[in-house]
Design a protein around this ligand. Structure first.
Ligand code: PMP
Length: 427
């Protein structure tokens, strides 16, 4: 399909010629985007697309406050973190105010992958273990070490010896449909994974979870279900790393971080994507004793991590979330969206589940009781024709990942829901 599309589209042909097999693109006929505003993107032909996929420009595409903060700081000075800068420390203090008090050391990086790579090393040093437990469709990033704990990125080959996988925390797999038994079932799976690691000669270093289980298909309920699994890992001497790259920064509505939903206090928190609203920045927050122990063994320096332009962008994002009440907006508009989707599910048996928290919702599509990735693909392409952008996730790729910017209005939620309804009627 790509060959045919490339022949028809010179812009696509150029990209494929320049990047080759490493090109990762949306849609067989990718769209050329030239501008953005709020929840919308504008294509080269001038048409507007509603962005329901992108959780990077989380406070809205080209938010003026973030743009101004970046422009102002880059016009003054951009430099590495070996110099002192109140811009950086003001930001770190504002970020720490959003985190559990004991996670008082923050190492800024440039990508979520780097943050998770560092978190793995810090956890291994603190625990003395080498093993990691992750969900079977997890994605945590792209370094060599992090790819090993990212089963969703594998195309072939056996998983690494020091990584054990557990099923996604789907109530359909554990306990009962209403979520009772999920907490205990998921914890039992983690205990079994720890035993598998032991049999292969690995003591556990950490349980690493995206606390909304995004690439596993979005699993949020019942709140608190993650706590017994974390306790099981800690009993075995390992740590809990909360990967907040997807759920962090107010997306889940009720809490600023995804782990808040589970009443947890992680040993290490990693974050990225929405942190700079598109300015590349990420980070790892941990207890000072963990950072100190790690730094006894090895120096860690990141040339671009903690640069003042990133700090200015990150600080502007925190201010906008607070000033525009985006966490509350994620809760209210998310609840409205969820009720529209549940209403649709009640009328269309192909929608077998609607789950999530705030503006992070997963919609399972089935056909005759079986996961229907083909239907998900058809819906994604149908929504593209309606100028709504959305992606899929989950073990079978049959879960629509509903993840619009946090500035979404109820009218925009309705535009999406109406378009989905039209597309499903036609599909
Ligand atoms: N963790 C999660 C949960 C992610 O979704 C991603 C990116 N999709 C990463 C980590 C890696 O972040 P980055 O692409 O910034 O390296």
């Amino acid at each position: 399909a790509a060959d045919g599309a490339a022949a028809a589209d010179p812009a696509l042909a150029r990209r494929l010629a320049n990047v080759g097999a490493a090109a990762v693109l949306f849609y067989d006929a990718p769209i050329q985007m030239v501008a953005g505003e709020g929840a919308w993107m504008i294509a080269a032909d001038g048409s507007r697309y509603l962005d329901f996929y992108n959780n990077v420009p989380s406070v809205g595409h080209t938010h003026p406050a973030v743009v101004a903060a970046v422009q102002d700081q880059i016009a003054r000075l951009n430099i590495n973190s070996r110099y002192l800068s109140p811009v950086v420390d003001d930001y770190l203090e504002a970020l720490k105010a959003k985190l559990p008090a004991d996670l008082s050391n923050i190492v800024l990086t440039c990508s979520g992958s780097e943050a998770n790579d560092l978190a793995m090393r810090v956890a291994a040093r603190a625990s003395g273990g080498t093993g990691f437990v992750v969900t079977r469709n997890a994605y945590h990033g792209n370094t060599a070490a992090v790819t090993e704990i990212s089963p969703s990125a594998f195309k072939r080959g056996a998983p690494a010896d020091h990584v054990a996988q557990v099923p996604e925390p789907d109530p359909a797999l554990f306990g009962t449909a209403d979520g009772a038994g999920l907490a205990e079932g998921f914890a039992a799976a983690v205990r079994q994974a720890i035993a598998e690691l032991a049999a292969r000669g690995h003591r556990p270093a950490a349980l690493v979870c995206d606390s909304i289980f995004s690439s596993d298909g979005v699993h949020a309920d019942p709140p608190g279900f993650l706590a017994p699994a974390v306790a099981a890992m800690r009993e075995a001497g390992g740590l809990f790393i909360a990967d907040e790259v997807q759920p962090g920064f107010a997306r889940t509505g009720d809490h600023f971080w995804g782990f808040g939903r589970h009443g947890l206090s992680p040993d290490i928190v990693t974050m990225g994507k929405p942190m700079g609203n598109g300015f590349p920045m990420a980070g790892m927050a941990a207890r000072p004793d963990l950072v100190a122990a790690f730094c006894e063994d090895v120096g860690y320096f990141n040339t671009f991590g903690a640069n003042p332009v990133a700090a200015a962008a990150g600080h502007a994002v925190l201010r906008v979330i607070a000033e525009e009440g985006l966490q509350a907006n994620a809760a209210t508009v998310g609840a409205h969206l969820m009720s529209r989707l549940r209403d649709m599910a009640a009328r269309d048996r192909r929608i077998s589940a609607v789950r999530g928290a705030g503006l992070f919702i997963g919609v399972d599509l089935e056909h005759d009781g079986a996961p229907a990735p083909d239907l998900a693909t058809a819906v994604i392409n149908g929504l593209k024709r309606e100028h709504v952008l959305i992606g899929a996730a989950g073990r079978f790729g049959h879960t629509l990942k509903v993840r619009p910017p946090l500035c979404l209005g109820p009218d925009e939620a309705d535009i999406f829901a109406d378009a989905l309804e039209r597309v499903l009627a036609k599909t």
